[in-house]
Design a protein around this ligand. Structure first.
Ligand SMILES: [Zn+2]
Ligand SMILES: [Zn+2]
Length: 330
């Protein structure tokens, strides 16, 4: 790793170490880290509950109601695609949450992690919430309650990718439903889930016995989808950019630090050309192949579109994708 990388990383680590060594900071950090972990547990539970609510509303209310406007065979296709998205979301989310990122120790002469009291290999960063060094650390995600790094990064990306498409599809397919239940229900009572005779809605009687449940669920799910399209959709696009460039989010932050450093020291905004060159950027095609693990006869259809737990391809600092570091879970 070039010297500039070490300097930028070193500044952050020295600041962390300095703060960590203050007694009161240690207490505050300790409390915050424990709080983050507990909050993560609650958020993981919330993700599964919200997934169940969205799935239930889509299949029990939204799709049956849409038969007033759309042909059954188109709705059948939507239902099948939605089922595939749902399986993919649950699978990749569970993998991102349960598969720990790689935490190899480095060799003597690498950077030293004072918190783990061990060497850490290049592209490794310490996470104070997880209390370990993480290879290829992207960020600590409270929604999966652990770090996103090498090994679970692909699952995390596939999760937000499928979630974005699912929410867009629900907003698209269910537009008539939300329109009727928000704008028309006050005037035309027949335009309502509970006042329309629907085929393929076996739970209609039970749902309509629960007062305003149907309408509330439709509005809640639609608002949730709108929020997710903005937030998760934006996060997905951002990740697409980072992966295309061969960056993790930590890499990206370091590159920005270097730009500032060159501005201060060289008095110019030419950091992009003379400053940082990401040694792990092999070009967009290779970056994506490595990120998705598409080597050793793996295929896009089988190992990306279908649930697959294959390990990632890890490249070393010389950019050699076949040089696989020893996986040693700590
Ligand atoms: Zn560490
Ligand atoms: Zn972490």
């Amino acid at each position: 790793m070039p010297c500039q990388d070490r300097c930028a990383l070193g500044c952050i680590d020295r600041l962390e170490d300095w703060l960590y060594q203050r007694g009161y900071c240690k207490l505050i950090f300790g409390f915050l880290n424990r709080f983050m972990k507990q909050l993560g547990n609650a958020l993981v539970f919330a993700v599964y509950i919200l997934t169940a609510v969205i799935t239930f509303t889509s299949y029990a209310i939204l799709l049956p109601y849409e038969q007033k406007y759309q042909s059954p065979w188109i709705l059948s296709i939507y239902a099948a695609v939605g089922f595939y998205f749902c399986i993919s979301i649950v699978y990749h989310y569970t993998m991102a949450r349960t598969l720990p990122p790689i935490s190899n120790h480095g060799k003597e002469g690498d950077k030293w992690c004072s918190k783990c009291a061990n060497w850490k290999c290049p592209r490794t960063h310490h996470c104070s919430v997880c209390q370990k060094c993480v290879l290829g650390m992207d960020h600590h995600c409270i929604w999966v309650n652990q770090c996103v790094g090498t090994h679970n990064h692909r699952h995390f990306f596939m999760f937000i990718f499928f979630l974005s498409f699912t929410t867009i599809m629900i907003a698209w397919v269910g537009f008539n439903t939300i329109y009727d239940h928000v704008f028309e229900v006050r005037y035309l009572t027949e335009y309502f889930y509970c006042t329309t005779t629907l085929d393929y809605a076996p739970l209609q009687t039970w749902i309509c016995d629960q007062g305003e449940l149907a309408r509330n669920l439709i509005i809640f799910v639609y608002l949730l989808c709108a929020l997710l399209i903005l937030l998760v959709g934006g996060l997905t696009l951002w990740n697409v950019y980072l992966i295309t460039k061969g960056f993790t989010y930590v890499d990206y932050l370091l590159s920005q630090l270097k730009m500032v450093r060159y501005f201060v020291e060289e008095k110019g905004w030419d950091g992009r050309t003379i400053g940082y060159r990401n040694p792990y950027d092999l070009g967009w095609r290779e970056n994506w192949r490595n990120f998705l693990g598409l080597r050793r006869n793996r295929t896009f259809w089988r190992h990306v579109l279908l649930p697959s737990g294959h390990p990632p391809i890890i490249i070393d600092e010389k950019g050699d994708p076949e040089s696989v570091l020893v996986v040693e879970q700590v």
